[in-house]
Ligand binder design. Structure first.
Ligand SMILES: *[C@@H]1O[C@H](CO)[C@@H](O)[C@H](O)[C@H]1NC(C)=O
Length: 280
């Protein structure tokens, strides 16, 4: 009897403690035991997608839906230092963004080809592949892009589009290449990795109904995956995804030039900055 009472009291005390924790709001977020400040970069924006940070200017480029109920997309950027927001003119339906960090070039994929941002004119100019509805785009040594609806992956080199050999037998929706030249890609079956120069894919994650919203590499070239319920880190040593952070309805992910997480959800763009002096 005594023991039961003691246990019951302990449970009540514990419940009280938990309750107190719950009512005390935390205005940050804990990632790997480190407190992170939540910085709102842009709000009231519909599903920012395909985020790409240009390290030299610390701008995050992205596209978003202009109107709630049609398929019109616009490329825009937010300067991560000043929070300046601007649209990129000159692109028809800007949907996908990629950055060549070495040459500071920003590429934009639209519904009629690939465009390149002209820093002097502050607008985008048509580059090539007029007949392609560009779905995803990525730069590592050369420009890669996937198209809709075929889901074929191409490279674009010296004005020439060529189907990417390693993945010519498979469909590719999103893709990214990591620091060890491993290409991660998704199709309706799942998330796969494949060493460049080979044709053997490794399955990381099979999809039943949810798809990958975005793939990103951080400044070290490690790969991160956005699923609708949060951000996951790829662990190549045991072919798995580790959930880093739960976010409701996350749409896109990138890393700024200090390796801070920049992500979007259905209505806003957020940056997370570590602060070791704070806790929740
Ligand atoms: C997705 O890619 C994998 C690996 O190449 C392949 O086995 C699978 O058939 C592909 N799924 C679709 C729908 O093309």
């Amino acid at each position: 009897m005594h023991l039961i009472l003691i246990l019951a009291t302990a449970a009540i005390i514990q419940a009280a403690v938990i309750k107190e924790d719950e009512v005390k709001p935390c205005d940050g977020i804990i990632i790997d035991n480190v407190y992170h400040e939540i910085e709102e970069l842009k709000k009231d924006i519909d599903r920012p997608y395909s985020l790409a940070v240009a390290y030299s200017t610390n701008r995050v480029y992205f596209s978003y839906s202009l109107n709630k109920d049609d398929d019109v997309f616009k490329t825009a950027y937010v300067n991560l230092n000043t929070k300046e927001f601007a649209h990129i003119e000159g692109v028809n339906n800007g949907f996908a963004q990629a950055v060549d960090q070495t040459n500071h070039d920003v590429y934009i994929g639209g519904s009629d080809g690939i465009y390149k941002y002209n820093h002097k004119k502050k607008s985008a100019e048509f580059l090539g592949v007029r007949d392609a509805d560009v779905w995803h785009i990525f730069f590592k040594d050369v420009l890669y892009y996937s198209v809709f609806p075929s889901q074929f992956l191409f490279t674009y080199i010296n004005g020439q589009s060529v189907r990417y050999r390693d993945l010519e037998d498979t469909k590719v929706d999103q893709f990214i290449i990591d620091n060890e030249d491993v290409i991660f890609f998704t199709n309706t079956t799942g998330l796969f990795s494949q060493m460049k120069g080979t044709k053997e894919a490794t399955l990381y994650h099979e999809f039943s109904d949810v798809g990958v919203r975005g793939l990103a590499t951080d400044i070290n070239g490690d790969v991160f995956v956005c699923l609708p319920d949060g951000i996951y880190k790829v662990d190549k040593s045991d072919v798995s995804l580790r959930k880093m952070l739960a976010i409701d309805d996350v749409f896109g992910l990138a890393f700024d030039n200090d390796n801070n997480i920049v992500y979007s959800d259905a209505t806003k763009l957020i940056r997370l900055k570590p602060n070791k002096d704070k806790t929740c």
